[in-house]
Ligand binder design. Structure first.
Ligand code: GLN
Length: 485
């Protein structure tokens, strides 16, 4: 059961081989056993979860069905969940109980999903290793001395250890794909605007997207069907016809043109990662796809542009945490200004403060033109590169991360080293494109390697097709860490 696909779980629920309550209990028991070591969940509420599961069973008893009815899922703690703590990995929100549901959470509830709990993450989604969480680091189930990736580290670890069959994540610069890669699972960041950001605590609003993380592309497609859709409460949500993201899964790959960016296959990638990715590309050629070399000439500027734009937006978004309306407030303070500064000084961690300072700097008078405006121009150039690339290919492939999961402390002292772990994922966010990571083998230390696929705008169905066909031909996505089973 713990390694079953969502489709299999749904069939078992439909055939009454298992009830939603039994299924939720199975995962709750696993969480109880493994979470003290892994630290993937920050909030578990057995009674509340079982109540939801009973509700799903009642809906099935009344004759209702649906691909996700009674399926247990967990949410990254960036999504507001009514009645549950929503901490965003921060001391600032350590006691915040949301009075409402994020649209994503609401949509899953309507589909009959049972919430298993809330997942640990880097503070305000800033990080690539889950080491910035106020609630402590998450361990990688494949090797407890290594990071699970970030910022959706709890999300990734929970699936890898089979504490949840699938979960939600968010991706501003790679936070779904990089941890999916480091933990050996499949995760998808949709085209910007496809999934509502309402109720998802904002980091960098022009880059943030929610997406599914699961064992397979097929599971991600099923989840995306429930998550996507126009929402009047998000001004950047797109009004488009409803799509069935599973519709192209079974198409053959004959003739699929896979673009390989020259810039991504140069120096900087570890040899073990290169070997696994090369083998995956060979498999794709066997399946009938052709590979073509492409150029993304401005991609080398993506990390610097991102680290101007994302902190700029973060400094603005995080100004709402002032100790007045909600969140942490200092116990002792003098006047109002003192209350603001003490509350923020105590409530935010070092990485969040670094981003706020950078963001405030690049937006300030005299520096705005020199940094922020330049970064926005580069962003446009990067998007234009992709427009050209997609004239000659259908999807783009690369590694999701330049290395397998690194050890705790290895990069945390050097922010630039840490920022470079998103070198292959960030340009996708800057351009608003969909991207995903899927397991394609193992590298040094027996750690998983992820293959990144990037689709054209609204090209999720084609990208999922490419991922699914690969997963039909290989079994990397079914592998579990030794002590998961
Ligand atoms: N690691 C990147 C950062 O620290 C991306 C984070 C994310 O996608 N939320 O900003």
């Amino acid at each position: 059961m713990i390694n079953a696909s969502l489709k299999q779980l749904s069939a078992a629920l439909g055939a009454k081989q298992i009830s939603a309550v039994e299924l939720a209990s199975l995962f709750l028991d696993r969480i109880e056993q493994r979470n003290p070591v892994l630290n993937a969940f920050v909030t578990v509420d057995r009674a509340r979860t079982l109540e939801m599961a009973k509700g799903a069973d009642a809906r099935r008893a009344k004759g209702e069905s649906g691909p996700l009815l009674g399926i247990p899922l967990a949410h990254k703690d960036i999504f507001c969940t009514e009645g549950w703590l929503t901490t965003c990995g921060s001391k600032m929100l350590a006691n915040f109980v949301s009075p409402y549901d994020a649209t994503v959470v609401e949509k899953f509830k309507q589909a009959g999903v049972v919430t298993l709990g809330k997942l640990n993450m880097d503070e305000f989604a800033m990080g690539s290793s889950n080491e910035t969480s106020h609630f402590g680091p998450v361990k990688n189930p494949w090797d407890l001395n290594r990071v699970p990736g970030g910022s959706s580290g709890g999300s990734a670890a929970s699936i890898a250890a089979r504490l949840a069959p699938a979960v939600t994540g968010t991706d501003t610069g790679g936070s779904i794909r990089q941890p999916a890669s480091l933990c050996g699972l499949t995760g998808l960041k949709p085209t910007y605007g496809v999934v509502s950001r309402y109720g998802m605590i904002a980091f960098a609003s022009s880059l943030d997207q929610a997406g599914p993380m699961a064992k397979s592309a097929e599971d991600c497609a099923l989840m995306l069907n429930a998550m996507a859709g126009f929402d009047v409460r998000d001004s950047t949500s797109l009004q488009r016809p409803t799509e069935d993201y599973t519709r192209d899964l079974d198409l053959p790959l004959k003739g699929l043109r896979i673009g390989l960016p020259r810039e991504f296959f140069g120096a900087g990638m570890d040899d073990d990662v290169r070997a696994a990715v090369d083998a995956a590309l060979a498999e794709y050629r066997k399946l009938g796809a052709v590979t073509v070399e492409i150029d993304l000439p401005n991609s080398g500027l993506s990390v610097p542009a991102y680290y101007v734009i994302a902190p700029a937006e973060a400094s603005s978004n995080l100004s709402r945490f002032d100790g007045v309306r909600y969140g942490h407030r200092a116990a002792d303070y003098g006047d109002l200004n003192d209350m603001y500064s003490k509350s923020r000084a105590e409530g935010f961690g070092a990485e969040v403060k670094r981003r706020i300072l950078i963001g405030t700097y690049v937006l300030s008078h005299g520096y705005y033109d020199a940094y922020y405006l330049q970064a926005q121009k580069i962003r446009r150039l990067i998007a234009n590169d992709f427009v050209e690339a997609f004239k000659v290919c259908d999807v783009i492939a690369s590694p999701a991360s330049p290395s397998v999961a690194f050890r705790f402390g290895e990069k945390s002292a050097d922010p630039v080293q840490m920022y470079l772990s998103d070198i292959y994922t960030i340009s996708t966010n800057l351009a608003g494109l969909p991207g995903m990571s899927l397991p394609c083998g193992f590298g040094n230390g027996g750690m998983p390697v992820g293959l990144q696929l990037i689709g054209s705008w609204f090209g999720e169905a084609r990208m999922l097709n490419a991922a699914h066909q690969y997963q039909l031909a290989t079994d990397w996505h079914t592998r579990m860490p030794p002590d998961a089973g």
